[in-house]
Design a binder for this molecule. Structure first.
Ligand code: SF4
Length: 372
């Protein structure tokens, strides 16, 4: 008899599966059941959730639960940017909530206080809404992603959600899908009929931050190797530095990871790259302090921004951005670079121009996503 397969490390704490009664026989629930069979998690309890019950509980402090849910809200949304800063105009396909990994700086800790990983199992409703949204006018272009309230690929091994989405979107050449993650799962790749309509994306950080503040995620080398695999298969990739953290030795750390990128991919294989300095809603700081007592960066000098979030003092942000942009430019990066949620003044000081000079950030990124 063969030993049961291990799930990837970031999924091993899942101790039970909740399923809305209406979703028990959904294709997604059946698939998750099939994929758990033969693994060390084959016998975890499945619990049907009756209509009207809106809370489910994990058993212990270390346990996570998967919840396959019938979602009644809108699946296609606008990214919650703010008018005060230049926002990239991204659209979100909402496929679920919460993440099994643990990064000390993660905003999801403020959004979701439980350890329940929700996945919208009524995919038929999701695809209906997307067909209406994307099919109404095929000349309208959409740049969409799933990595806003969850990690795009964290649950892929069990759900195959991104693969389904990639397959569905093959009929919509007016849509580019970004799959943003901190783990490596490339099982969606063979569902892509057009490599120019999917943008696999990984977040990167300084090695010390990756090792000390990001848990159960892939290593930087694994992410970069995956980016190379995708680039060699004809996809363009996105790489994101967000949050950039101000810590002792930050210059050396970010220089090291920037230089490493180009051992794996060439600038022309990168569709775009965001740079965002650590910022957070005021209620997130005590949560980080509680969950990650070693996260000393939260005691840096912050000021409230126009969006109410605490941001690093501007001279320090400028120092971070100028250093990184200069280093990235030396490697041939140029139009790929943009700031996530920064002011015209910061753009001008670091880049020497602002989004209004090239027709707006949304348009720039749309053009880059579509390869124009
Ligand atoms: S991988 Fe992303 S979503 Fe998951 S904990 Fe880290 S920052 Fe949050």
């Amino acid at each position: 008899m063969t030993d049961p397969a291990q799930l990837p490390r970031h999924l091993r704490r899942i101790g039970r599966v909740f399923v809305d009664e209406s979703m028990l026989d959904s294709p997604l629930a059946r698939r998750v059941r099939d994929r758990l069979a033969g693994t060390t998690h084959a016998d975890i309890p499945w619990i049907a959730v009756p209509e009207g019950q809106d809370r489910v509980e994990c058993a212990g402090r270390d346990e996570q639960a998967l919840y396959l849910k019938e979602y009644k809200g809108r699946f296609l949304r606008f990214c919650p940017g703010t008018r005060a800063y230049h926002c990239c105009g991204y659209r979100i396909i909402h496929i679920g909530e919460n993440c099994p990994m643990a990064c000390s700086y993660c905003i999801l800790q403020a959004y979701f206080q439980d350890r329940v990983l929700k996945v919208w199992a009524n995919q038929d409703a999701l695809f209906r809404e997307l067909a209406e949204g994307f099919g109404a006018d095929r000349t309208s272009r959409f740049r969409v992603g799933t990595g806003e309230f969850t990690d795009s690929l964290a649950l892929e091994r069990l759900t195959g959600y991104s693969r389904d989405l990639v397959g569905f979107l093959a009929d919509y050449d007016n849509v580019v899908l970004e799959l943003k993650s901190k783990v490596v799962d490339l099982s969606w790749m063979d569902a892509a009929t057009r490599t120019d309509r999917v943008l696999p994306a990984w977040s990167l950080n300084a090695p010390a931050i990756n090792q000390g503040q990001e848990f159960d995620v892939s290593t930087l080398e694994e992410r970069l190797t995956a980016a190379r695999t995708c680039a060699e298969a004809g996809f363009r990739v996105c790489l994101h530095f967000d949050p950039i953290i101000h810590f002792p030795g930050w210059r050396e750390g970010y220089a090291e990871i920037i230089d490493r990128i180009f051992d794996y991919v060439r600038p022309e294989q990168i569709a775009y790259m965001s740079l965002g300095s650590f910022r957070c809603m005021p209620q997130l700081t005590p949560i980080i302090a509680d969950n990650f007592p070693d996260a000393a960066y939260i005691y840096n000098e912050f000021v409230p921004g126009l969006d109410g979030k605490a941001r690093l003092l501007r001279p320090l942000r400028l120092e971070q951005f100028s250093f990184m942009v200069e280093r990235l430019r030396r490697h041939g990066m140029d139009e790929q670079l943009y700031f996530c949620m920064e002011s015209t003044e910061v753009w001008n000081e670091v880049f020497g121009f602002a989004p209004q000079d090239f027709g707006g950030l949304n348009r720039r990124l749309m053009d880059r996503a579509f390869g124009n």
